[in-house]
Design a protein. Structure first.
Length: 164
């Protein structure tokens, strides 16, 4: 099985987990757009996440950003066939600009060295924590992303995995 096929299979596991265990993701219309082993992109339509200003509700932006990082940890544990409890331990957000279209959260995996430390610590102690970042772009601008396009929101969170 090549790595692209494996990434698609693993991302399907995340979609299934969302559907079975996190009902809010269904109400928000949260979807796994893509996962290639390094980058996870989650999207949600504006309509169920809209506020009184006809832009994305801040709480929805926060949830999509949190879930992008949570999803990355989940996918990395799935790749290593690790069964564990996973929690968000801490989160910080910076709202930069309104989102007028589809919410699109992007989370990049930590480098291999950081992942090895994380998983080795878990193997040694039965618990580990890692910090991840995600950014949200307004989907209306995503097609022209270059160095001039700024994210609408930045999120940094600490995620812990614990023995089951």
């Amino acid at each position: 099985m090549n790595s692209v096929t494996r990434s698609k299979d693993i991302s399907q596991a995340l979609k299934t987990f969302f559907a079975q265990h996190l009902p809010i993701t269904q109400f928000m219309g949260l979807e796994v757009e893509s996962y290639d082993g390094d980058t996870l992109i989650l999207t949600a339509p504006l309509a169920p996440n809209i506020n009184d200003k006809q832009t994305a509700f801040g709480g929805s932006l926060y949830n999509v950003a949190v879930m992008a990082c949570w999803g990355m940890v989940y996918l990395k544990t799935q790749e290593r066939k690790i069964k564990c409890n996973q929690v968000v331990a801490e989160g910080h957000v910076k709202y930069i600009a309104p989102v007028n279209g589809k919410l699109r959260a992007i989370c990049h995996a930590p480098n291999e060295e950081e992942l090895e430390r994380f998983f080795n610590h878990f193997a040694d102690t039965g618990r580990a924590k890692i910090e991840l970042q995600s950014v949200i772009y307004d989907d209306e601008n995503i097609t022209k992303i270059d160095s001039k396009i700024k994210p609408a929101m930045k999120f940094t969170g600490a995620y812990a995995i614990l023995d089951c």
